[in-house]
Write a protein that binds this ligand. Structure first.
Ligand SMILES: [Zn+2]
Ligand SMILES: [Zn+2]
Length: 73
């Protein structure tokens, strides 16, 4: 996951709307619109990036905690 637009360097946080191609070239919504949702690097389609609200490390930890609580209860 890239943290900024490749065209204008706008910061793109994990919860910000961003567009990516299949090679994960990342663009902000304004640039994606200006590029007609076509990646200038690979000519691929730009699609909306799936939102990620939690960091990858938080998911297994919460799963582990739930498992531990199930054992202890
Ligand atoms: Zn941009
Ligand atoms: Zn691309």
């Amino acid at each position: 996951m890239k943290a900024s637009c490749e065209r204008c360097s706008t910061k793109l946080g994990l919860s910000d709307r961003a567009f990516i191609c299949s090679y994960e070239c990342t663009f902000c919504p304004e640039c994606s619109d200006a590029l007609h949702f076509c990646c200038p690097n690979c000519q691929g389609n730009l699609v909306i990036r799936p939102e990620r609200r939690t960091s990858p490390t938080e998911v297994p930890r919460s799963g582990f905690k739930a498992k531990l609580e199930a054992i202890l209860s």
